[in-house]
Design a protein around this ligand. Structure first.
Ligand code: ATP
Length: 371
């Protein structure tokens, strides 16, 4: 049974289609992350679930009951926004107690829940401070606590970590994940940060221009991006994507880049057999930076690349490399790096190469062929 269903939901603001015919089923207790570039419709989707927007078409169901026109207060959802929106004149304690007071919860019960929830979020020592006396991270915890204290059926988080510095963001997302495990509340989390999505989600929903481009576990989305858009959006560094065409000579397939003196790669791995006749077909070759590894000169499936520059990253290095007019990033462990200005050969892991149909939303031809 789904805790939450969106069925062909569409939202149009004057002439902007913010959400287009979006369908999604979310199971009880799931932590789903909506991720996508700015303006792709993530916040609008969340607001439609919360009841802060009414869809132009389609239905929202909670617990299999239609709630499309039910006001936010009756939906049993709690939402935390990017701007924590704490009441500035109230202490952390009174901010937390506020939603319970609104529901006319008895005072003893409020005190008990404030104590319990503030322990859970590690904010007991700051309960009597006002928001202006709290750091961004502390304000964010109080905002989470104020949402959690109601024990909502569904928890909606709209970029709750984006005001935090990088270190605090990483630690807070780990805490959020642990908190979700402990409480088991169905959670929908919105972010534009694909790393945050990968780290947090049970399931990722990748959105673009109001539509879902792929849903799946973080590893599915990373290892088997369904199309070129998802491939380019998920993963750090961004997947190397090279436009070109497939060629076939005497039964041997190869990829030939469209760039002058660019990458050429023999596609003689059994994975490519299912492609069938390929001559002249326009495609995009996708290779993750970590799927290129330094290799001796005569290895099969090796690319000779010119090393342009080297970025040390502590335990590994990113090499910016080129072949003719093609640019690639190669991620290598420490101690395996050639010098900038040199030529070096890198073996392509042919088990992990992607081939997309031409165009921004070109499908992964190999995954289609496999399924
Ligand atoms: P961001 O990451 O920048 O917050 P988002 O993915 O959450 O973006 P939305 O805020 O859902 O995107 O906006 C989707 C589209 O709908 C955008 O083009 C936005 O300008 C438009 N939009 C959102 N709310 C309104 C509104 N109230 N009136 C008119 N247009 C709106």
């Amino acid at each position: 049974m789904s805790d939450l269903s969106l069925r062909n939901v569409r939202k149009v603001f004057s002439r902007t289609v913010a959400v287009r015919d979006l369908s999604l089923e979310i199971a009880a207790g799931e932590l789903v992350v909506l991720v996508g570039p700015s303006g792709c419709g993530k916040s609008t989707t969340l607001r439609l679930i919360a009841g802060l927007e009414i869809p132009t078409a389609g239905e929202v169901l909670i617990d299999d009951k239609p709630v499309t026109r039910v006001p936010p207060k009756q939906r049993d959802v709690a939402m935390v926004f990017q701007s924590y929106a704490l009441y500035p004149h109230m202490t952390a304690r009174t901010n937390m107690a506020f939603p319970l007071r609104m529901h006319k919860t008895p005072k003893e019960e409020i005190d008990r829940r404030v104590t319990e929830t503030s322990k859970l979020l590690g904010i007991t020592p700051i309960l009597d401070r006002k928001p202006s006396q709290l750091s961004g991270g502390e304000q964010q915890r109080v905002a989470l606590a104020r949402a959690i204290i109601r024990k909502p059926r569904i928890f909606l988080l709209d970029e709750p970590l984006s005001n935090l510095d990088a270190q605090r963001r990483a630690s807070t997302r780990a805490e959020l994940k642990a908190l979700h495990k402990r409480l088991g509340i169905t959670t929908i989390h919105v972010t534009h940060d694909q790393e945050e999505a990968m780290a947090l989600a049970d399931r990722i929903v990748v959105m673009h221009e109001g539509a879902i481009r792929q849903t799946g576990s973080p590893m599915e989305i990373y290892a088997r991006p369904a199309n070129r858009f998802v491939a380019s959006f998920v993963g750090t560094p961004t997947m190397n994507l090279l436009d070109g065409r497939l060629e076939s000579h005497e039964g041997r397939r190869s990829f030939v880049s469209a760039s002058a003196d660019g990458v050429q790669l023999a596609l003689d791995h059994p994975r490519f057999d299912a492609l069938g006749e390929v001559g002249g077909r326009e495609v995009t070759l996708g290779i993750r930076a970590g799927d290129l590894s330094p290799t001796p000169s005569d290895a099969p499936h090796a690319l000779a690349l010119q090393i342009e520059s080297i970025e040390p990253l502590g335990d590994r290095m990113d090499l910016r490399a080129s072949r003719g007019n093609d640019s690639l990033i190669v991620r290598v462990p420490l101690g395996h790096s050639p010098n900038a200005g040199e030529q070096a050969k890198f073996r392509v892991d042919m088990d992990r190469v992607h081939l997309f149909e031409a165009g921004e939303f070109g499908k992964d031809l190999l995954n289609i062929a496999e399924t």
